[in-house]
Design a protein around this ligand. Structure first.
Ligand SMILES: [Zn+2]
Length: 174
């Protein structure tokens, strides 16, 4: 359903070690760690988020993205999938600034929320029995969206509560 991509810039040796730990040979790991940025693709969300978290630390610049297939066979044009208008985009900009979170942090905020036990998890709008929603990047608008792993459902707005919750745990001094 979704293909995930991580772009990482950081110290060569640490990237090299990462690939070695993943089981690649010495020569291969050197080649893989060389590009700036290093680009790694994942088919599974779990391995993708593992990698994002691994490099979400000082010294590294990490960009995570996901391509969701926008197949909308039975959906009328408009409603939930309509392109956001200017006002909505401005609100998102404000939101991002207000919470001082970059895209990677918003991804982490969503993961943190989905893994927390004392919150109401974000579920698919089509079928709440589908697996929990996962973060992805709307590359056109460079905003984080939520996508279902089992169908085409996309939620374009990350609830404020998710970002507030993350901020309250990790950024208490604002
Ligand atoms: Zn779904």
């Amino acid at each position: 359903m979704a293909k995930f991509k991580v772009e990482i810039e950081g110290p060569f040796m640490e990237l090299y070690r990462y690939f070695r730990e993943k089981g690649y040979g010495i020569k291969e790991s050197k080649e893989l760690a060389k590009p700036k940025p290093v680009v790694i693709e994942f088919d599974e969300f779990e391995t993708f988020s593992e990698c994002v978290k691994e490099f979400h630390r000082p010294g590294f610049v990490v960009n995570g993205s996901a391509d969701f297939e926008h197949k909308l066979p039975d959906m009328p044009i408009g409603n939930a999938f309509a392109d956001p208008d200017e006002e909505e985009l401005n609100i998102r900009d404000l939101l991002t600034k207000e919470f001082h979170l970059n895209n990677v942090e918003i991804i982490n905020a969503i993961l943190f929320w989905q893994k927390s036990e004392d919150v109401k998890h974000l579920t698919c709008g089509n079928d709440s029995n589908h697996r929990l929603l996962v973060p992805g990047i709307d590359t056109e608008n460079d905003t984080i969206v939520l996508g279902c792993q089992d169908c085409d459902y996309i939620e374009e707005k990350v609830p404020d509560a998710v970002l507030e919750y993350y901020n309250s745990k990790f950024k208490p001094e604002k």
